[in-house]
Design a binder for this molecule. Structure first.
Ligand SMILES: [Zn+2]
Length: 255
């Protein structure tokens, strides 16, 4: 949550993937290779290949929810488009009457992960305090869904040795961040996603803002035209033969 919310292959290949992802992050991501698609006038069909074929797999991820109004609108939009996403949930929000939304996400094929109970940084926490944030949320979600296997996204992407040791699940970061929490301009956020997305990226958004939901759906429609498919984080890693391990972090899964 930002200001506005209150505001596979061997070990060698895996290491190489990690380096590529880190490089992409350090340089702010690859430069836009293509112009941004314009919005087609109503009733007009897209040209068969409006831009050179690109495409690939992307994982759309949403943090900080659920929120009744915006998460429902997002789930409706994703269902209309047959898109699967990954939701990193705040336990305190789930426990506050949002259990049905979590059941809906799970039933509709989305991946569910943990984003702590109170949206706090996990770095520096002792074992008990870490459990009160992550273990508690894991137990809550398991109680609602009857299964486990929830990846962890640490708030603010902050990780230290303690977080790695206590995580008990893979740490999922991201490779494209349009900073959607800092603007209500959905077109701008969508443009950032469309111009930066490349095969294997993990995209970061927040489903607690109406503009972020609008941006996500705009970007999905434009990226579909460019031949991208949306999969869950687990599916993306599996497609790239990466077996996520507890306490290890993953930013992307480039081919
Ligand atoms: Zn967050």
């Amino acid at each position: 949550m930002g200001k506005r919310a209150g505001k596979r292959a061997g070990r060698r290949l895996l290491a190489g993937l990690g380096a590529l992802c880190l490089l992409a992050l350090a340089t702010g991501g690859p430069e836009p290779a293509l112009p941004v698609d314009g919005v087609l006038p109503e009733g007009m069909e897209a040209a068969p290949t409006p831009t050179p074929a690109q495409g690939g797999l992307l994982a759309l991820t949403f943090d900080d929810g659920p929120r009744r109004s915006t998460t429902t609108a997002l789930l409706d939009g994703l269902a209309e488009r047959g898109v699967k996403a990954t939701f990193f949930l705040v336990g305190g929000r789930v426990a506050n009457g949002m259990e049905d939304l979590v059941e809906r996400m799970d039933a509709e094929g989305h991946q569910i992960g943990i984003h702590t109970y109170d949206h706090v940084a996990l770095t520096g926490l002792n074992r008990a305090d870490f459990d009160a944030q992550v273990g508690r949320t894991r137990r809550l979600l398991t109680g609602i869904l009857g299964h486990d296997g929830f990846a962890l996204r640490p708030p603010y992407g902050q990780i230290d040795a303690g977080v790695r040791a206590n995580a008990g699940s893979p740490l999922i970061l991201w490779s494209v961040d349009p900073e959607d929490w800092d603007t209500d301009d959905a077109q701008k956020v969508a443009r950032h996603l469309v111009s930066h997305a490349r095969d294997g990226d993990i995209l970061l958004l927040h489903d607690i803002f109406p503009s972020s939901v609008e941006a996500a759906l705009l970007a999905v429609d434009q990226l579909h035209q460019r031949g991208f498919y949306f999969v869950t984080v687990d599916e993306l890693l599996a497609q790239r033969h990466i077996q996520p391990e507890p306490g290890k972090s993953y930013r992307c899964a480039y081919p």
